[in-house]
Design a protein. Structure first.
Length: 221
């Protein structure tokens, strides 16, 4: 199979205006991926599926990722005057990165017997109603998995044929895989809290007023 750099170059040539970045993976898997710009993502995805050399015709899984606001420290070389002499020194800077949500797709070729090629898209932010284009019309296996990401992370997939909750019930509020999600102290199906739920619920109970001397009242025979 072609290298990721070659796939990126051919995809950008095939889809005018497409912007594709290679995202490195510093983890043990060392599996880099292609970050697609949302405007051209569908056209690039079709190229990956239909190109005779690639034929990435099977999407094995789709994963959601929640990235909160974070700071990244970088070391850069800068020129400074040191003891009257210009020198190149290391300087550490801190870059603020706003949060966003991702959808990550693992693609294989059943025809050419190769893969995976990992592609990803990012939302503009983590706000409610964050949007990405749907790949369900390109890889049918993405349908239920995009519904999971919608349900658990809150990403709305434009063009999805049946975008609704798949794990949580329709009346459920919020998205439980978000990193800032807070589990409620009680659920509608458990009106009388008990055990761990009771301990959390007690934090919200008003203390009961006590009558003077009530602590000294004892039962009379």
């Amino acid at each position: 199979m072609e290298s990721l750099d070659e796939i990126k170059a051919r995809a950008e040539a095939a889809v005018p205006g497409a912007r594709i970045d290679i995202v490195l993976n510093p983890g043990p898997a060392n599996q880099p991926s292609l970050l697609l710009d949302n405007e051209h993502a569908s056209a690039v995805a079709r190229f990956l599926r239909d190109d005779p050399a690639l034929r990435l015709d099977f999407c094995s899984n789709v994963t959601g990722v929640d990235w909160r606001d974070r700071s990244v420290k970088k070391t850069v070389k800068v020129k400074k005057i040191v003891n009257g002499e210009e020198k190149e020194v290391d300087e550490t800077t801190e870059e603020k990165i706003p949060g966003y949500l991702e959808a990550v797709y693992h693609l294989y070729s059943m025809t050419q017997k190769h893969g995976p090629v990992v592609i990803r898209m990012r939302t503009a932010d983590r706000a409610e109603g964050a949007r990405l284009p749907s790949f369900t019309s390109i890889w049918r296996s993405a349908e239920f998995q995009e519904r999971e990401i919608f349900d658990l992370y809150g990403v709305r997939f434009d063009g999805h044929p049946d975008l609704r909750r798949i794990l949580m019930w329709d009346e459920f509020v919020d998205h439980p895989m978000r990193k800032d999600y807070r589990e409620p102290d009680d659920y509608e199906y458990e009106p009388t809290p008990h055990d761990d739920v009771l301990e959390k619920a007690r934090q919200h109970y008003r203390p009961r007023p006590q009558l003077d001397g009530a602590e000294n009242i004892t039962a009379q025979p």
